[in-house]
Design a binder for this molecule. Sequence first.
Ligand SMILES: CCCCCCCCCCCCCCCC(=O)SCCNC(=O)CCNC(=O)[C@H](O)C(C)(C)COP(=O)(O)OP(=O)(O)OC[C@H]1O[C@@H](n2cnc3c(N)ncnc32)[C@H](O)[C@@H]1OP(=O)(O)O
Length: 144
Amino acid sequence: MEKADITFRTRKWVRPEDLNANGTLFGGSLLKWIDEEAAIYAILQLGNGRAVTKYISEINFVSSAVQGDLVEMGLTAKRFGRTSLTMRAEVRNMITREAILTIEEIVFVNLGPDGRPQPHGYTEITYDRDRIPTHHLTETLDED
Ligand SMILES: CCCCCCCCCCCCCCCC(=O)SCCNC(=O)CCNC(=O)[C@H](O)C(C)(C)COP(=O)(O)OP(=O)(O)OC[C@H]1O[C@@H](n2cnc3c(N)ncnc32)[C@H](O)[C@@H]1OP(=O)(O)O
């Protein structure tokens, strides 16, 4: 798979509840946002709502953000495994484009209805919405 550029999608406004005691953006808020963003990205790439976070590599908090800053989150698929998808993540200041956080590897695993890893069958990134699951997981419990 060729190296793909990161596409920045979700934007967040740094609010008072996202700050640490230092008055800068709390790392835990940032990680929550990026894990959620990665989950949505993985679900759209793997076409399966049952995808879970398996592994997150070193997290580099490159610079901080302060209240009122606009930040944007980007992800790209680095590697499609048999049951896994490895992504790279970056969060940056939307205005200055200065990096705030980088994570080289976030691995999600595609699960079957039994909760075990299941081959996803994909090898390439989709830029369309062709793999979006069509129903909520709770609606399919009886059918799976
Ligand atoms: C209408 C629209 C509807 C939309 C649709 C609904 C959307 C609804 C949204 C819900 C959104 C939920 C988002 C959940 C996001 C969480 O919060 S997940 C919660 C946190 N994560 C967990 O609880 C996972 C806990 N771990 C586990 O259950 C088990 O470890 C797992 C994931 C089943 C894997 O089991 P395992 O025995 O390790 O599996 P194994 O076969 O050894 O490895 C599987 C793959 O992982 C890789 N792997 C294993 N260990 C590692 C490692 N340390 N490093 C890197 N790779 C590794 C393996 O290489 C393998 O990859 P492949 O070579 O097959 O590609």
